[in-house]
Design a protein around this ligand. Structure first.
Ligand code: SF4
Length: 146
């Protein structure tokens, strides 16, 4: 008997992690400066954040043959716990927040520039640092030209 397709069949894939982490990564076995598997596993599981151990994990990731695939997985899956591709879950979340903030600022800067307002004035009115406003204006000009 063939199973009936339901609304859940459609909804489930977008709600689950995208794929699985690459199985052949360097962290699958004892690697780098780690001297025992349990400690290494705890760091990659996100349970330990001692700076020296996190630095050791970053070095393992830096030379991992599947770093690129792992980075893609880390961003697509929105994993909230695991140390992946050289970054902790918290670092990835901070990166996403920053990207959103930058996008929001660029939208505002773009609108004000289109209205003929200078970078200095935009900085004054919005309290955005002048350097950021000028960087956004240059980015928008490049995007428009390209
Ligand atoms: S990049 Fe890092 S976390 Fe990803 S598979 Fe390789 S060693 Fe593991």
């Amino acid at each position: 008997m063939q199973a009936q397709s339901t609304a859940l069949d459609t909804l489930y894939p977008p709600l689950t992690a995208v794929g699985t982490p690459p199985p052949s990564g360097s962290c699958a076995r004892l690697a780098g400066d780690f001297t025992d598997q349990a400690t290494q596993q705890a760091v990659f599981d996100g349970d330990v954040d001692a700076p020296a151990l996190v630095a050791a994990a970053r070095r393992v990731c830096a030379t991992c043959p599947v770093l690129r695939e792992c980075r893609t997985y880390a961003e697509d899956s929105l994993d909230q716990f695991t140390f992946l591709a050289g970054r902790s879950a918290e670092e990835r979340a901070t990166g996403r927040r920053r990207a959103t903030t930058t996008q929001h600022r660029r939208t505002i800067v773009g609108r004000m520039r289109a209205a003929g307002i200078s970078s200095k004035e935009i900085s004054f009115y919005t309290s955005y640092p002048l350097r950021s406003v000028e960087g956004d204006a240059a980015h928008l000009a490049t995007a428009k030209a390209g």
